[in-house]
Structures are given as C-alpha cells and as structure tokens.
Design a protein around this ligand. Sequence first.
Ligand SMILES: O=C(O)c1cc(=O)[nH]c(=O)n1[C@@H]1O[C@H](COP(=O)(O)O)[C@@H](O)[C@H]1O
Length: 238
Amino acid sequence: MKGNTYLALDFTSWDEAEHFLKENDLHGVPVKVGMELFYREGPRIIEKLKANDHGIFLDLKLHDIPTTVMKAMKNLARLEVDMVNVHALGGSEMINRAKEGLLSGSPASHDTKLIAVTVLTSMDETALNNELKIPGSVADNATHFAGFAAENGADGVVCSVHEASRVKAACGSFFLTVTPGIRLQETDVNDQRRVATPVFAKENGADILVVGRTVTQAKDPKTAYLQVQEEWGHGSTP
Ligand SMILES: O=C(O)c1cc(=O)[nH]c(=O)n1[C@@H]1O[C@H](COP(=O)(O)O)[C@@H](O)[C@H]1O
C-alpha cells in the first residue's frame, strides 16, 4: 500500500467514473471512493472497481457514537477494500470500536487498514483556533490525534504532507500517513488550505498520496497522474 497514489473518484455516478477511467487509460490505478459516489451507487461500485483491478480506499469518514461506528465498520469490512476511515474527532473509544468492527467483519485472509482523519486539509490554524475553538497549531493537533488513534488500533491517519514527518516521528515508521491536498505546480488549490506538491511529499516521507482535481481536471489526466508518481519518486506505469 505504501507508495500508492489513490485517485479520488469524485464523480457523481459510476458511468461518469468509468468513462473517465476508460478514456484516460487508467485501468488498475488505486482509487478512492468517497461519499459522493458511494451514496449514489452503494456497495456494488466496490465490486465493479475490483473487477477492473483497482485497489480501493473507501473514504466515508465515519463519525458517530462508538456502537454505531463499530456496527457500520463490521458491514464495510465485508467489502474487503484496502483502507477505510473515521474522523479522529470521534475520540479514542470510537476508534477502538471501529477497529473491533473491522476485525470482526473481515475474513481472516483480508486486512483492511483503519485510517483516522486528523485535521481536514481544507482547514487552517485560523479555522481550528477561531471557529472550532481548538487551541494550538494544526501540526500539534494532527500529531495528538494521530497519537491516540495509534493507541486505539488505527493503522494510520489522513493528514496533510506538512504534518507527515512529525506524525511518523511520533507514531513510528509503520504507522501510515495518507496525504490529500496534493497539487502539481501551478494548479488551482480550490477549497484546500494545506496543499503540497509531490516533491514536497517525497521530502516529508508521506506514505500514500490522494490526488483528485490536480489529475481529474488536468488537460491530460494520465500524464498528470504519472507526473505525480514520478515527482513523488514512485514512478510506474498504471
Ligand atoms: O479523507 C480524505 O480522503 C480527505 C481528507 C482530507 O483531510 N482532505 C481531503 O481532501 N480528503 C479527500 O481527498 C480528496 C482531495 O481532492 P482534491 O482536492 O481534488 O485533490 C477529496 O476526495 C477529499 O474528500
């Protein structure tokens, strides 16, 4: 899983996503399925993507009381994807029960990684301190969330590249850092606040990249995807 660049399939339907993957010859690249697509297509989209050899990060960002998250995770485990996620803000007991659900629902042969979202990459310190009234820097908070996520069974976190090296130093080299907010030079940052280039991701030791619009809205998406991999130092043909 380390070294993978998951392409965010932020499309409104399977038809649109499939068309994009086919048109750009992106067969078999690891993909991220988020709320937009999953709420429209349901679990069957996972089967379709698997049939086309895509590894899958199922990004539903669960955040609810521990028992509800545990039972939801048990159901998601049956989909046998690479990674699923929860919001770390749900707290240590919720993360712990999420792991319990994942382990009890997964067949012995499959190990779905549990990832906790720390501070969304669309937020900066001003939003954290002034709006949410959470004091401290983004990096301090992300590292703190990563710490209790690791202690409660998470296999890694979503954070921005800016926090990746600190998280790894605090939680260990096996603890995964999954980093969205990736932008090739000169592309629009859109609604993201903590963005980084693939080169910066390489310098900061991010384990896994998530790329969306910098690829999907590029003139030539396949070239952009390959450029991300190349600049990150994990170049290979999808
Ligand atoms: O969990 C995520 O994947 C996620 C967490 C986060 O903090 N920030 C973030 O952008 N993401 C997801 O990563 C993708 C980023 O998309 P782009 O901004 O288009 O590259 C989106 O699908 C987001 O839902």
